[in-house]
Design a protein around this ligand. Structure first.
Ligand SMILES: [Zn+2]
Ligand SMILES: [Zn+2]
Length: 192
């Protein structure tokens, strides 16, 4: 996923990349709980242009990963569509304070600043793999759901309630009126 800076001009250049399971597994962040399989490869559309020496990138990443629903435990393809925007200045002879940024500038020809949207670039070739991974990681759900209104599993029998009610009686909390009625009914009769 490379951009050649010499090929860019003030007129936006449209670029398209595709990144499938091979790319994902090779670059998978070390966080162990991310899905390893994609149900749809990532398509990355980028518009790049130069303004003076500054490099402007606008991108959108689309794809789907195989997640397990946190309510019903079914595996499903979680669709992802995330836009990003970056403005990169030439690093020149400056050296980033953060050692990770120094490494990124060497490896990718670009490093991000404290705010995601700005950074520096160096040299004529920029690799976007790390940026795309970052965008994807930030867009992944903390609590994946196969659909917004997933009914989940019955707490008693474990049936998938998305397929309809399971027949278990809901344990309904007693209302205060039931409690009163029970008290009245329980009064000893003929005590007078
Ligand atoms: Zn579900
Ligand atoms: Zn049930």
């Amino acid at each position: 996923m490379k951009i050649l800076v010499d090929r860019l001009s003030a007129t936006p250049t449209a670029l398209r990349f595709e990144a499938g399971s091979g790319w994902w597994q090779q670059h998978l962040p070390p966080r162990g709980d991310l899905p390893r399989e994609l149900s749809q490869p990532f398509g990355i559309a980028i518009s790049a242009h130069l303004m003076g020496e500054d490099l402007y990138l606008e991108g959108e990443i689309e794809g789907a990963l195989e997640f397990e629903c946190s309510r019903c435990l079914a595996r499903y393809g979680h669709r992802l569509r995330e836009a990003f925007r970056l403005v990169l200045e030439p690093a020149g002879s400056r050296i980033p304070a953060d050692p990770e940024a120094v490494a990124a500038l060497d490896r990718d020809g670009l490093c991000l600043g404290d705010e995601f949207e700005t950074g520096w670039y160096r040299g004529g070739e920029i690799r976007l793999d790390s940026v795309c991974l970052e965008v994807i990681s930030l867009a992944l759900p903390v609590k994946p759901l196969c659909r917004e209104d997933c009914a989940g599993l019955c707490a008693q029998c474990g049936a998938d309630l998305n397929g309809g009610a399971c027949g278990c009686k809901e344990a309904r909390p007693q209302s205060p009126f039931d409690v009163l009625a029970a008290l009245r009914g329980g009064e000893p009769k003929g005590a007078h």
